[in-house]
Design a protein around this ligand. Structure first.
Ligand code: NDP
Length: 295
């Protein structure tokens, strides 16, 4: 079994970006600038946004964190996005999900200009991804593809079972893995809460991507020997032994499944850091595309 180390892999990507940013500075060009919008005080969202902003600083990007009250109106949030769309210094905009119930995710996602949509959720960018055109690929599936590429894992012809069909993880993951690309060229089965015989399907999988948000759901009895296991899940589970009061659990029972797997991602330290690395790559790409390679 080989561990797919998201810390090491994301470090390599961040090191490369650091050099590219230094080069932009040397040439007197603009550095990438990410604007993150956080609505309310959700603890997990605070952590994720904090990690993204910190990563920007580490590699020399500019970043702006805009905090809005939980009670902010949808119209106010839309007008903040409009200002960011029109701000020529901002290259990428991300709105941390989930949003409060009174705000429509769809309206907010559609309001971000596609050229600044570094999360890759805007329908125009999703359409481009489906057609295999250059675009911003959603950060988590993009990060997983970068991980597979980094470890030179040959996915061609393999049967991938993706558990979860959300627009931010499962669905785009299934599209990327089935694409005519490397990594890619998989035969993909996408599963959800109505799937029958999930265990049988997983047992046929050469690759399992677990993205359902149910701690330790994937057990040894669902995994074929030699399978590649990508664990996307992050759930906070109460744990009195931790200072924070919780432990992070993946969707895979690591202890049981790791001995069977050829490759496996840990939680934490697997897909999470790769998601941030992919977001940074998207933001760099947005900056270069928006400003032209001559800036
Ligand atoms: P969602 O809740 O949006 O989607 C979960 C999906 O899993 C749904 O499609 C649901 O099916 C499916 N599902 C739920 N229960 C079962 C079941 N018993 N059997 C089969 N399918 C099931 O979650 P997200 O996609 O947003 O996130 C999934 C996990 O990944 C979460 O733990 C989240 O925290 C984590 N995550 C981690 C990231 C990282 O950077 N590592 C980034 C983003 C998310 P249905 O559609 O039928 O309801």
């Amino acid at each position: 079994m080989e561990l797919l180390d998201g810390q090491l892999t994301s470090r390599a990507i961040k090191d490369a970006l650091t050099l590219q940013v230094a080069q932009l500075k040397t040439e007197g060009k603009k550095v990438p600038h990410l604007a993150a919008v956080l609505v309310g005080n959700n603890g997990a969202s605070e952590t994720y946004v904090g990690a993204k902003v910190k990563a920007c600083a580490e590699i020399g990007f500019s970043s702006t964190l805009l905090r809005l009250e939980e009670s902010v109106s949808e119209n106010k949030l839309l007008s903040v996005i409009e200002e960011l769309n029109n701000d020529i210094d901002i290259d990428g905009i991300l709105v941390q999900l989930p949003l409060p119930k009174h705000i429509s995710d769809e309206k907010v996602i559609n309001a971000i200009h596609p050229s600044k949509d570094v999360d890759g959720f805007h329908p125009e960018n999703v359409g481009r991804m489906v057609q295999g055109l250059s675009t911003f690929v959603p950060a988590t599936p993009h990060g997983i593809m970068l991980m597979l590429e980094h470890y030179k894992i040959d996915t061609r012809g393999k049967h991938a079972v993706v558990v979860g069909r959300s627009n931010i993880v499962g669905r785009p993951m299934s599209i990327l893995l089935s694409g005519n690309s490397n990594p890619g060229n998989c035969t993909v089965t996408i599963c959800h809460s109505h799937t029958r015989n999930l265990q049988e399907l997983c047992l046929q999988a050469d690759i399992i991507v677990a993205a359902l948000g149910k701690p330790e759901f994937v057990t040894a009895s669902m995994v074929k020997k030699g399978a590649i296991i990508i664990d996307v899940g992050i759930t906070r589970v109460p744990d009195a032994s931790k200072k924070s009061g919780f432990a992070l659990k993946g969707d895979v029972n690591f202890k049981e499944v790791a001995p069977l797997a050829s490759y496996i991602t840990p939680v934490p330290g697997g897909v999470g850091p790769m998601t941030i690395a992919a977001l940074l790559k998207n933001t760099y790409q947005a900056c270069i595309t928006r400003n032209g390679d001559g800036n």
